[in-house]
Design a protein around this ligand. Structure first.
Ligand code: KG4
Ligand code: ZN
Length: 338
C-alpha cells in the first residue's frame, strides 16, 4: 500500500511516498528555517505563507521522485494536529482538496505519533508495545505505545519542552535559531561538570519534567558573568546544560521503564538527535539488558516520511476523515480522530 504523506505543522513543508508503513519511496523537505532565523524563532504568519507557496511543488516532487502517479496512491495522510494552526491548515486543506478530487481516502495523522513512527522506518523489526520518550521543540512526553494507534501518556513537561529549553539557552549564548543542534555540537568539546545546574523534579509526579527553572539557571549564570565582565568557557556551559537536560530526561524515562517493567525503549522527535541523549540511553539500556531503538538522525526532525509511516497504521485501524476534517493547534497524543 502506497501512502502520500503531507506535513506542514511548523516550519518545514514536506511530502513523501511511503510503502506499507516502512519503506520510503521518496521524501522531500522544504525548510523555511533560514527566513525564521532572522527573527530568532518561527513567525507563524510567515510560516503559513511559505507553506502555501511550497506545498504544490513539494508534493509534485515527492510523487516524481517515487516514480508513482496518483493512481498508485492508496491513501493521503496529513498532519492535522498539533502545531501552528495557520501552518497546519495549509497541509490539511491541500490534502482535503486532493482527496475530494481523486477519491483517495484521507487519513488524519497526529504529529507526535508520526515522530514515534520515524522509528518504524529506521528499525524494521520494531513493533509495539514499547515505552517512548518523545522530545521535540514543543513537547516532552513519556508515552506507553500499547499499539500503533493506542497510546497512554506516562509523563509530560509541566512548562518548557526540552527542545525549547535547548533553543533558549543557545540563543542566550548568541547561537542562531534553532540553537539546540549547535549547542549539542559545542558541548562535545566541554566539561559537563564545570557548572552545577539544578535537576528540577515535580512533586508527586515522578515521570513529569520541568525545564523552565533549569533554563533560567543557565541564563542567569551567563548574564551574571557578563555583568561582572567575566568570560565563561562556552563549551563548558553547553556541556553542563546538556548534561542537566539529558540527566532529567533519561532519569525519568528509565525510572518509568523500571516501574512499568518495560524492556523496549524508543526515542523520537527533534531532540532525539542529541548526541548525549543517544549515547546515555544506549549505554544504560545495554547495561540493564533492555532493547533500545532510535530514529536515524535525518528522520529526527520534521519530515513527511514519518507521517507516511504512521498514516499506514492509522489507515489500517480505520482512521479515515471526510471533507469536514479540521486542523487543531493542540491535541493530546492519546486521542484518536475524531
Ligand atoms: O521535532 P522537531 O523537529 O520540531 C517539533 O515538532 O517541535 O524538533 C525541533 C527541536 C528544536 O528545538 C531543535 O533545537 C531540537 O529539536 N534539536 C536538538 C538537536 N537537534 C534538534 N536539540 C538538542 N540536540 C540536538 N542535536
Ligand atoms: Zn516535530
Amino acid at each position: 500500500m502506497n501512502i502520500l504523506a503531507i506535513e506542514s505543522s511548523c516550519d518545514e513543508t514536506a511530502a513523501a511516498v511511503v510503502r506499507d508503513g516502512r519503506t520510503v519511496l521518496s521524501s522531500v523537505v522544504a525548510s523555511q528555517v533560514e527566513e525564521h532565523r532572522l527573527y530568532g524563532g518561527v513567525v507563524p504568519e510567515i510560516a503559513s505563507r511559505r507553506h502555501a507557496e511550497a506545498i504544490v511543488p513539494v508534493v509534485s516532487q515527492a510523487l516524481e521522485q517515487a516514480a508513482v502517479t496518483l493512481n498508485e496512491i492508496d491513501a493521503i495522510a496529513v498532519t492535522y494536529a498539533p502545531g501552528l494552526i495557520g501552518a497546519l491548515l495549509v497541509g490539511v486543506n491541500f490534502a482535503k482538496g486532493l482527496s475530494l478530487a481523486t477519491g483517495i481516502p484521507l487519513v488524519p495523522t497526529h504529529h507526535l505519533r508520526s515522530h514515534i513512527a520515524s522509528n518504524y522506518i529506521t528499525n524494521p523489526d520494531l513493533e509495539p508495545p514499547f515505552l517512548c520518550l518523545v522530545v521535540s521543540g514543543g513537547h516532552s512526553h513519556i508515552v506507553m505505545v500499547e499499539d500503533y494507534t493506542s497510546m497512554k501518556i506516562i509523563g509530560r513537561t509541566r512548562d518548557d519542552a526540552a527542545g525549547e529549553a535547548f533553543d533558549k539557552a543557545a540563543r542566550t549564548m548568541g547561537m542562531p535559531y534553532p540553537g539546540g543542534i549547535m549547542l549539542d555540537k559545542v558541548a562535545e568539546e566541554g566539561n559537563p561538570r564545570a557548572f552545577k545546574l539544578p535537576r528540577p523534579v515535580v512533586h508527586d509526579a515522578p515521570y513529569d519534567f520541568s525545564f523552565s527553572g533549569l533554563k533560567t539557571a543557565v541564563i542567569n549564570l551567563i548574564h551574571n558573568a557578563a555583568q561582572k565582565g567575566e568570560e565563561l568557557n562556552k563549551a563548558d556551559v553547553c556541556a553542563s546544560f546538556r548534561y542537566a537536560v539529558v540527566d532529567c530526561l533519561s532519569t525519568n524515562f528509565l525510572r518509568a521503564a523500571e516501574d512499568l517493567h518495560v524492556g523496549k525503549l524508543v526515542i523520537a522527535g527533534g531532540v532525539s538527535a542529541n548526541s548525549l541523549l543517544r549515547r546515555t540511553l544506549e549505554e544504560e539500556c545495554l547495561s540493564s539488558g533492555r532493547q533500545f531503538y532510535k530514529p536515524e538522525r535525518s528522520l529526527c526532525g520534521d519530515n513527511a516520511a514519518m507521517v507516511g509511516a504512521q498514516g499506514f497504521y492509522e489507515f489500517r485501524s480505520g482512521n479515515v476523515a471526510g471533507a469536514n476534517l479540521n486542523a487543531y493547534a493542540t491535541m493530546s497524543i492519546d486521542k484518536t480522530y475524531p
